[in-house]
Design a protein around this ligand. Structure first.
Ligand code: SF4
Length: 392
Protein backbone atom coordinates (compact mmCIF):
# COMPACT_ATOMS: atom_id res chain seq x y z
CA UNK A 1 0.00 0.00 0.00
CA UNK A 2 1.17 3.54 -0.77
CA UNK A 3 2.85 4.99 2.33
CA UNK A 4 0.56 8.04 2.22
CA UNK A 5 -2.62 5.93 2.26
CA UNK A 6 -1.22 3.83 5.07
CA UNK A 7 -0.53 6.91 7.16
CA UNK A 8 -3.86 8.62 6.55
CA UNK A 9 -5.75 5.36 7.07
CA UNK A 10 -4.17 5.11 10.51
CA UNK A 11 -5.23 8.70 11.32
CA UNK A 12 -8.80 7.93 10.27
CA UNK A 13 -8.95 4.58 12.11
CA UNK A 14 -7.82 6.32 15.29
CA UNK A 15 -10.57 8.93 15.05
CA UNK A 16 -12.90 8.25 17.97
CA UNK A 17 -15.91 10.11 16.57
CA UNK A 18 -17.82 7.71 14.29
CA UNK A 19 -19.22 10.41 11.97
CA UNK A 20 -15.84 12.05 11.50
CA UNK A 21 -14.30 8.64 10.90
CA UNK A 22 -16.90 7.87 8.22
CA UNK A 23 -16.23 11.19 6.50
CA UNK A 24 -12.51 10.50 6.59
CA UNK A 25 -13.08 7.10 5.00
CA UNK A 26 -15.11 8.70 2.22
CA UNK A 27 -12.30 11.14 1.52
CA UNK A 28 -9.73 8.35 1.34
CA UNK A 29 -12.05 6.46 -1.02
CA UNK A 30 -12.41 9.57 -3.24
CA UNK A 31 -16.13 9.83 -2.47
CA UNK A 32 -17.73 13.25 -2.43
CA UNK A 33 -18.66 14.73 0.94
CA UNK A 34 -21.84 16.77 1.28
CA UNK A 35 -23.22 19.80 3.10
CA UNK A 36 -23.74 18.30 6.58
CA UNK A 37 -20.33 16.65 6.49
CA UNK A 38 -18.65 19.92 5.49
CA UNK A 39 -20.35 21.77 8.37
CA UNK A 40 -19.46 18.93 10.73
CA UNK A 41 -15.78 19.19 9.81
CA UNK A 42 -15.83 22.83 10.85
CA UNK A 43 -17.82 22.20 14.01
CA UNK A 44 -16.38 18.98 15.35
CA UNK A 45 -13.06 18.08 13.77
CA UNK A 46 -9.75 19.13 15.26
CA UNK A 47 -7.21 20.88 13.12
CA UNK A 48 -4.83 17.86 13.07
CA UNK A 49 -7.58 15.65 11.63
CA UNK A 50 -8.80 17.96 8.86
CA UNK A 51 -5.24 19.05 8.24
CA UNK A 52 -4.00 15.49 7.75
CA UNK A 53 -6.89 14.70 5.40
CA UNK A 54 -6.41 17.89 3.40
CA UNK A 55 -2.69 17.33 3.13
CA UNK A 56 -3.35 13.80 1.94
CA UNK A 57 -5.70 15.06 -0.80
CA UNK A 58 -3.25 17.83 -1.75
CA UNK A 59 -0.41 15.35 -2.11
CA UNK A 60 -2.60 12.86 -3.95
CA UNK A 61 -3.38 15.57 -6.50
CA UNK A 62 -0.10 17.44 -6.71
CA UNK A 63 2.56 15.64 -4.68
CA UNK A 64 4.90 18.29 -3.32
CA UNK A 65 4.40 20.70 -6.19
CA UNK A 66 3.55 24.26 -5.20
CA UNK A 67 2.70 26.65 -7.98
CA UNK A 68 3.38 30.33 -8.36
CA UNK A 69 3.55 32.75 -11.27
CA UNK A 70 5.40 35.91 -12.19
CA UNK A 71 2.78 38.60 -12.36
CA UNK A 72 1.86 42.18 -11.62
CA UNK A 73 -1.39 43.98 -10.97
CA UNK A 74 -2.98 47.08 -12.42
CA UNK A 75 -5.63 48.74 -10.30
CA UNK A 76 -7.17 51.33 -12.62
CA UNK A 77 -9.01 53.12 -9.82
CA UNK A 78 -10.22 52.78 -6.26
CA UNK A 79 -13.18 55.06 -6.92
CA UNK A 80 -16.28 52.93 -6.58
CA UNK A 81 -20.02 53.33 -6.83
CA UNK A 82 -20.41 50.72 -4.09
CA UNK A 83 -19.44 50.87 -0.44
CA UNK A 84 -18.97 47.34 0.82
CA UNK A 85 -18.64 47.21 4.61
CA UNK A 86 -15.41 45.17 4.51
CA UNK A 87 -13.65 47.33 1.92
CA UNK A 88 -10.78 49.53 3.07
CA UNK A 89 -9.76 50.40 -0.43
CA UNK A 90 -12.55 52.25 -2.18
CA UNK A 91 -13.55 55.90 -2.23
CA UNK A 92 -16.91 57.19 -3.38
CA UNK A 93 -16.96 59.36 -6.50
CA UNK A 94 -17.58 62.46 -4.36
CA UNK A 95 -14.30 61.72 -2.53
CA UNK A 96 -12.33 60.83 -5.60
CA UNK A 97 -9.65 63.38 -4.71
CA UNK A 98 -8.54 60.92 -2.03
CA UNK A 99 -8.25 58.08 -4.51
CA UNK A 100 -6.71 57.43 -7.90
CA UNK A 101 -8.00 57.23 -11.47
CA UNK A 102 -5.40 56.00 -13.94
CA UNK A 103 -5.49 56.97 -17.59
CA UNK A 104 -4.87 54.44 -20.34
CA UNK A 105 -1.45 56.05 -20.86
CA UNK A 106 -0.52 55.64 -17.18
CA UNK A 107 -1.59 51.99 -17.25
CA UNK A 108 0.39 51.38 -20.43
CA UNK A 109 3.45 52.88 -18.73
CA UNK A 110 2.98 50.25 -16.00
CA UNK A 111 2.84 47.51 -18.63
CA UNK A 112 5.95 48.88 -20.38
CA UNK A 113 7.87 48.83 -17.11
CA UNK A 114 7.93 45.04 -17.56
CA UNK A 115 9.32 45.06 -21.09
CA UNK A 116 12.03 42.41 -21.27
CA UNK A 117 11.02 40.95 -17.89
CA UNK A 118 9.70 37.39 -17.71
CA UNK A 119 6.25 38.16 -16.26
CA UNK A 120 3.46 36.07 -17.75
CA UNK A 121 0.31 37.68 -16.36
CA UNK A 122 -1.24 41.04 -15.64
CA UNK A 123 -4.11 41.01 -13.15
CA UNK A 124 -6.48 43.96 -13.57
CA UNK A 125 -9.08 44.73 -10.92
CA UNK A 126 -10.25 47.84 -9.16
CA UNK A 127 -13.20 49.84 -7.98
CA UNK A 128 -16.35 50.23 -10.05
CA UNK A 129 -15.82 53.72 -11.43
CA UNK A 130 -18.97 55.31 -12.87
CA UNK A 131 -17.07 56.80 -15.81
CA UNK A 132 -14.66 54.00 -16.75
CA UNK A 133 -16.95 52.12 -19.06
CA UNK A 134 -16.70 48.98 -21.18
CA UNK A 135 -15.15 50.83 -24.11
CA UNK A 136 -12.48 52.42 -21.91
CA UNK A 137 -11.41 48.91 -20.92
CA UNK A 138 -11.68 47.63 -24.50
CA UNK A 139 -9.10 50.25 -25.46
CA UNK A 140 -6.86 49.27 -22.55
CA UNK A 141 -7.03 45.55 -23.40
CA UNK A 142 -6.34 46.21 -27.08
CA UNK A 143 -3.34 48.39 -26.26
CA UNK A 144 -1.85 45.86 -23.85
CA UNK A 145 -2.25 43.05 -26.39
CA UNK A 146 -0.81 45.17 -29.20
CA UNK A 147 2.21 45.99 -27.03
CA UNK A 148 2.75 42.54 -25.52
CA UNK A 149 0.65 39.80 -27.13
CA UNK A 150 2.11 37.02 -24.93
CA UNK A 151 0.97 38.61 -21.67
CA UNK A 152 -2.06 36.80 -20.25
CA UNK A 153 -4.69 39.34 -19.20
CA UNK A 154 -6.74 38.18 -16.23
CA UNK A 155 -9.14 40.94 -15.49
CA UNK A 156 -12.26 42.31 -13.82
CA UNK A 157 -14.33 40.87 -11.02
CA UNK A 158 -17.90 39.87 -11.77
CA UNK A 159 -18.92 43.03 -9.89
CA UNK A 160 -17.02 45.25 -12.34
CA UNK A 161 -18.27 43.24 -15.31
CA UNK A 162 -21.90 43.31 -14.21
CA UNK A 163 -21.79 47.11 -13.94
CA UNK A 164 -19.91 47.55 -17.22
CA UNK A 165 -22.28 45.33 -19.19
CA UNK A 166 -25.43 46.87 -17.72
CA UNK A 167 -24.22 50.40 -18.47
CA UNK A 168 -23.37 49.38 -22.03
CA UNK A 169 -26.84 47.78 -22.31
CA UNK A 170 -25.33 44.46 -23.35
CA UNK A 171 -26.15 40.97 -22.16
CA UNK A 172 -23.46 39.15 -20.19
CA UNK A 173 -22.63 37.06 -23.22
CA UNK A 174 -22.45 40.05 -25.56
CA UNK A 175 -20.29 42.03 -23.16
CA UNK A 176 -17.97 39.11 -22.47
CA UNK A 177 -17.49 38.54 -26.19
CA UNK A 178 -16.55 42.21 -26.65
CA UNK A 179 -13.90 41.96 -23.92
CA UNK A 180 -12.62 38.62 -25.12
CA UNK A 181 -12.27 40.00 -28.63
CA UNK A 182 -10.31 42.95 -27.21
CA UNK A 183 -7.85 40.64 -25.43
CA UNK A 184 -9.30 39.54 -22.09
CA UNK A 185 -8.05 35.98 -21.47
CA UNK A 186 -9.57 34.97 -18.13
CA UNK A 187 -11.38 36.24 -15.05
CA UNK A 188 -10.13 36.52 -11.48
CA UNK A 189 -12.39 35.27 -8.69
CA UNK A 190 -13.19 38.44 -6.78
CA UNK A 191 -16.55 39.84 -5.81
CA UNK A 192 -18.02 36.52 -4.71
CA UNK A 193 -17.69 37.42 -1.00
CA UNK A 194 -20.34 35.17 0.58
CA UNK A 195 -23.25 34.10 -1.58
CA UNK A 196 -25.82 33.90 1.21
CA UNK A 197 -28.39 36.63 0.50
CA UNK A 198 -28.86 37.74 4.14
CA UNK A 199 -25.16 38.11 4.79
CA UNK A 200 -24.66 39.75 1.44
CA UNK A 201 -27.32 42.32 2.31
CA UNK A 202 -25.37 43.22 5.41
CA UNK A 203 -21.88 43.43 3.93
CA UNK A 204 -22.29 44.38 0.26
CA UNK A 205 -25.93 45.07 -0.30
CA UNK A 206 -26.04 46.76 -3.65
CA UNK A 207 -23.64 44.87 -5.85
CA UNK A 208 -24.21 41.86 -8.08
CA UNK A 209 -25.87 38.98 -6.22
CA UNK A 210 -24.86 35.33 -6.13
CA UNK A 211 -26.86 34.34 -9.20
CA UNK A 212 -25.39 37.22 -11.17
CA UNK A 213 -21.83 36.37 -10.08
CA UNK A 214 -22.30 32.73 -11.03
CA UNK A 215 -23.92 33.61 -14.33
CA UNK A 216 -20.97 35.78 -15.34
CA UNK A 217 -18.53 32.95 -14.61
CA UNK A 218 -20.78 30.38 -16.30
CA UNK A 219 -20.87 32.57 -19.40
CA UNK A 220 -17.10 33.00 -19.40
CA UNK A 221 -16.64 29.24 -19.13
CA UNK A 222 -19.07 28.68 -21.98
CA UNK A 223 -16.93 31.00 -24.09
CA UNK A 224 -13.85 28.90 -23.23
CA UNK A 225 -12.45 31.42 -20.77
CA UNK A 226 -11.22 30.08 -17.44
CA UNK A 227 -11.78 31.82 -14.13
CA UNK A 228 -11.09 31.60 -10.41
CA UNK A 229 -13.41 31.76 -7.43
CA UNK A 230 -13.04 33.38 -4.03
CA UNK A 231 -14.84 33.39 -0.70
CA UNK A 232 -14.52 36.17 1.87
CA UNK A 233 -14.46 34.59 5.34
CA UNK A 234 -13.96 35.54 8.95
CA UNK A 235 -16.62 38.23 9.25
CA UNK A 236 -20.27 37.63 10.20
CA UNK A 237 -20.77 34.42 8.25
CA UNK A 238 -21.19 31.04 9.95
CA UNK A 239 -20.00 27.58 8.90
CA UNK A 240 -23.23 26.84 7.01
CA UNK A 241 -22.78 29.99 4.94
CA UNK A 242 -19.25 28.92 4.06
CA UNK A 243 -20.24 25.42 2.98
CA UNK A 244 -23.25 26.64 1.08
CA UNK A 245 -20.99 29.11 -0.77
CA UNK A 246 -18.60 26.29 -1.64
CA UNK A 247 -21.52 24.09 -2.67
CA UNK A 248 -22.71 26.62 -5.25
CA UNK A 249 -19.23 26.93 -6.71
CA UNK A 250 -18.77 23.18 -6.75
CA UNK A 251 -22.07 22.75 -8.60
CA UNK A 252 -21.07 25.26 -11.25
CA UNK A 253 -17.73 23.52 -11.59
CA UNK A 254 -19.56 20.21 -12.12
CA UNK A 255 -21.48 21.92 -14.91
CA UNK A 256 -18.63 23.75 -16.68
CA UNK A 257 -15.22 22.65 -15.38
CA UNK A 258 -14.03 26.21 -16.02
CA UNK A 259 -12.63 27.15 -12.61
CA UNK A 260 -8.91 26.82 -12.01
CA UNK A 261 -8.56 27.62 -8.37
CA UNK A 262 -10.46 28.40 -5.20
CA UNK A 263 -9.07 31.28 -3.14
CA UNK A 264 -10.35 31.83 0.40
CA UNK A 265 -9.90 35.50 1.35
CA UNK A 266 -9.65 36.48 4.97
CA UNK A 267 -11.32 39.64 6.28
CA UNK A 268 -8.67 42.15 7.29
CA UNK A 269 -10.29 44.69 9.56
CA UNK A 270 -8.34 47.93 9.37
CA UNK A 271 -9.88 51.05 7.88
CA UNK A 272 -13.28 49.63 7.04
CA UNK A 273 -16.77 49.41 8.51
CA UNK A 274 -16.09 45.95 9.93
CA UNK A 275 -13.25 46.94 12.22
CA UNK A 276 -15.44 45.78 15.12
CA UNK A 277 -15.02 42.17 13.94
CA UNK A 278 -11.92 40.43 15.29
CA UNK A 279 -9.80 38.86 12.57
CA UNK A 280 -9.83 35.08 12.41
CA UNK A 281 -7.03 33.19 14.17
CA UNK A 282 -4.33 31.26 12.35
CA UNK A 283 -5.98 28.04 13.54
CA UNK A 284 -9.31 29.10 11.99
CA UNK A 285 -7.50 30.10 8.81
CA UNK A 286 -5.76 26.73 8.47
CA UNK A 287 -8.97 24.86 9.17
CA UNK A 288 -10.76 26.85 6.50
CA UNK A 289 -8.10 26.01 3.93
CA UNK A 290 -8.20 22.36 4.91
CA UNK A 291 -11.99 22.09 4.69
CA UNK A 292 -11.89 23.94 1.37
CA UNK A 293 -9.50 21.34 -0.04
CA UNK A 294 -11.77 18.55 1.17
CA UNK A 295 -15.04 20.06 -0.02
CA UNK A 296 -13.96 21.54 -3.36
CA UNK A 297 -13.19 18.12 -4.79
CA UNK A 298 -13.57 19.23 -8.41
CA UNK A 299 -11.33 22.30 -8.11
CA UNK A 300 -7.85 21.35 -9.20
CA UNK A 301 -6.11 24.01 -7.10
CA UNK A 302 -6.48 25.80 -3.76
CA UNK A 303 -4.61 29.07 -3.51
CA UNK A 304 -3.34 31.07 -0.53
CA UNK A 305 -3.10 34.69 -1.59
CA UNK A 306 -0.01 35.70 0.37
CA UNK A 307 -0.46 39.53 0.24
CA UNK A 308 -3.68 39.03 2.20
CA UNK A 309 -2.53 36.30 4.59
CA UNK A 310 1.09 37.27 5.13
CA UNK A 311 3.93 35.12 3.87
CA UNK A 312 4.41 33.02 7.02
CA UNK A 313 0.78 31.97 7.25
CA UNK A 314 0.84 31.37 3.51
CA UNK A 315 3.76 28.96 4.00
CA UNK A 316 1.77 27.17 6.69
CA UNK A 317 -1.22 26.66 4.39
CA UNK A 318 1.00 24.44 2.23
CA UNK A 319 0.50 21.75 4.87
CA UNK A 320 -3.27 22.33 5.01
CA UNK A 321 -4.42 21.63 1.48
CA UNK A 322 -2.99 24.57 -0.45
CA UNK A 323 -0.85 24.03 -3.54
CA UNK A 324 -0.60 27.55 -5.00
CA UNK A 325 0.79 30.83 -3.64
CA UNK A 326 -0.25 33.24 -6.41
CA UNK A 327 2.60 35.35 -7.69
CA UNK A 328 5.49 37.72 -7.31
CA UNK A 329 3.08 40.76 -7.43
CA UNK A 330 5.84 43.42 -7.40
CA UNK A 331 4.12 45.75 -4.96
CA UNK A 332 1.40 46.50 -7.47
CA UNK A 333 -1.73 46.03 -5.36
CA UNK A 334 -3.06 48.09 -2.47
CA UNK A 335 -6.23 46.13 -1.70
CA UNK A 336 -4.91 44.27 1.33
CA UNK A 337 -2.21 46.66 2.47
CA UNK A 338 -4.94 49.28 2.94
CA UNK A 339 -6.90 46.76 5.02
CA UNK A 340 -4.05 46.25 7.46
CA UNK A 341 -2.21 43.22 6.10
CA UNK A 342 1.32 42.81 7.42
CA UNK A 343 2.39 42.88 3.77
CA UNK A 344 2.44 46.64 3.31
CA UNK A 345 4.47 46.43 0.09
CA UNK A 346 3.67 43.00 -1.30
CA UNK A 347 6.53 41.99 -3.55
CA UNK A 348 8.55 38.80 -3.83
CA UNK A 349 11.34 38.16 -6.26
CA UNK A 350 11.33 34.76 -7.93
CA UNK A 351 14.21 33.77 -5.65
CA UNK A 352 12.22 34.80 -2.58
CA UNK A 353 9.05 32.94 -3.51
CA UNK A 354 11.07 29.85 -4.44
CA UNK A 355 12.87 30.09 -1.06
CA UNK A 356 9.55 30.39 0.81
CA UNK A 357 8.31 27.21 -0.82
CA UNK A 358 11.57 25.33 -0.33
CA UNK A 359 11.72 26.29 3.36
CA UNK A 360 8.64 24.15 3.97
CA UNK A 361 10.04 21.30 1.87
CA UNK A 362 7.73 21.72 -1.08
CA UNK A 363 8.66 21.79 -4.75
CA UNK A 364 8.38 25.26 -6.35
CA UNK A 365 6.91 25.21 -9.85
CA UNK A 366 6.42 28.34 -11.90
CA UNK A 367 3.19 28.16 -13.88
CA UNK A 368 1.27 30.34 -16.26
CA UNK A 369 -2.24 31.53 -15.45
CA UNK A 370 -3.79 28.32 -16.77
CA UNK A 371 -1.40 26.14 -14.74
CA UNK A 372 0.80 25.05 -17.60
CA UNK A 373 4.17 24.40 -16.00
CA UNK A 374 6.91 26.82 -17.05
CA UNK A 375 9.79 25.78 -14.82
CA UNK A 376 10.41 23.45 -11.89
CA UNK A 377 12.84 24.98 -9.36
CA UNK A 378 13.24 21.83 -7.27
CA UNK A 379 16.90 21.40 -8.13
CA UNK A 380 17.79 25.07 -8.53
CA UNK A 381 20.42 26.35 -6.15
CA UNK A 382 19.09 29.33 -4.18
CA UNK A 383 22.45 31.02 -3.85
CA UNK A 384 22.95 30.85 -7.62
CA UNK A 385 19.44 32.21 -8.12
CA UNK A 386 19.99 35.09 -5.74
CA UNK A 387 22.99 36.20 -7.80
CA UNK A 388 21.16 36.10 -11.12
CA UNK A 389 19.21 39.07 -12.53
CA UNK A 390 16.87 36.52 -14.11
CA UNK A 391 15.31 35.74 -10.75
CA UNK A 392 15.49 39.01 -8.85
S1 SF4 B 1 -15.13 45.60 -2.50
FE1 SF4 B 1 -15.04 46.22 -4.65
S2 SF4 B 1 -17.18 46.74 -5.15
FE2 SF4 B 1 -17.02 46.76 -2.90
S3 SF4 B 1 -16.55 48.89 -2.39
FE3 SF4 B 1 -14.59 47.81 -2.53
S4 SF4 B 1 -13.92 48.19 -4.63
FE4 SF4 B 1 -16.11 48.65 -4.57
Amino acid sequence: MDMRIEQISRVVENQTDAALRKTGEKIINKERIFFDEGVMLFEKAGLPYVGALANYVRERLHGNKTYFNRNFHIEPTNVCVFSCAFCSYSRLYAQRDEGWELSIGQMMDMVKKYDGKPVTEVHIVGGVHPKMNLYFFVELLQKIKAHRPDLHIKGFTAVELDYMFRKAKLSVEEGMKVLREAGLDSLPGGGAEIFDADIRTQICDDKVNADGWLDIHRTAHRLDMHSNATMLYGHIENYKHRISHMERLRSLQDETGGFNTFIPLKLRNKGNDMSYVAESSVIEDMKLYAVSRLYMDNFPHIKAYWPMLGRQSAQLTLSFGVNDLDGTIDDSTKIYSMAGSEEQHPSLSTTEIVALIKQVKREPVERDTLYNEIKNYKDMDLSLMSNSPLYN
